[in-house]
Design a protein around this ligand. Structure first.
Ligand code: GSH
Length: 207
């Protein structure tokens, strides 16, 4: 039975990360989805309750507590199932995987804010140099994943890998000509494989 409510939009990569975790850990039926349609300049009064920043995802628990942001929600859900943990609970591996998960979130941040800059901001006020710089952040991060993190990504579909997969999915959705597959063939092969997981197929964004 659903005892929690997830504020949800199908195109948000941060929401997708939470949805993939729910699928992977068998907890989908614990959560009811509450659709929201927001942007940085148009919020949702219900979403803002207990979540004053007003971003998605937010997860309302049975007792009314609201958890945000996606990292907190994913860690919460990871402590609620009986399967293998999606992050090492302790030791240096924990901090390495959390840093990798954080890098995935940073790619999403750069891609989401690029979307706001190129789509939402009035055309006359758009800042090309800023957009270029966000693109550079993403390019550097993907090169780093290819050079330094492929073995880790291939070692299991944990919170870090889920984050990277959702970041790449969002990049493909919003910037299909980014051209990362030619520059990072190892990452592309890994992504092609994990994209076939039921959790990824069920949450794939369509514009
Ligand atoms: N750090 C947050 C980022 C969440 C985020 O940026 N969500 C976007 C949608 S993809 C949002 O709610 N934007 C509305 C806003 O910026 O007010 C997380 O990990 O959950």
């Amino acid at each position: 039975m659903a005892t929690m409510t997830l504020f949800h939009s199908p195109l948000s990569p941060f929401v997708r990360k939470v949805m993939v975790v729910l699928h992977e850990t068998g907890q989908l039926d614990r959560v009811a989805l509450q659709p929201v349609n927001i942007s940085p300049v148009s919020g949702d009064a219900q979403l803002n309750q207990g979540n004053p920043i007003g971003k998605i995802p937010a997860l309302r628990l049975e007792d009314g507590t609201v958890l945000h942001d996606s990292r907190v929600i994913c860690e919460y859900l990871d402590l609620q199932h009986v399967g293998n943990p999606l992050l090492p609970r302790e030791g240096s591996a924990r901090w390495r995987r959390m840093t990798l998960a954080s890098q995935a979130d940073a790619i999403m941040d750069a891609a989401v804010s690029s979307r706001y800059e190129s789509f939402l901001r009035p055309e006359a006020k758009r800042w090309e140099g800023w957009l270029q710089a966000q693109g550079e952040k993403i390019r550097r991060s993907l090169a780093n994943l290819e050079q330094e993190h492929l073995p880790e990504l291939m070692s299991g579909f944990d919170l870090a890998a889920i984050g990277v997969a959702c970041a790449l999915g969002y990049l493909d959705l919003r910037q299909p000509d980014f051209g990362w597959r030619e520059r990072q063939p190892g990452l592309a092969a890994w992504y092609a494989e994990v994209s076939e997981r039921p959790s990824m197929l069920a949450t794939a964004p369509t514009a």
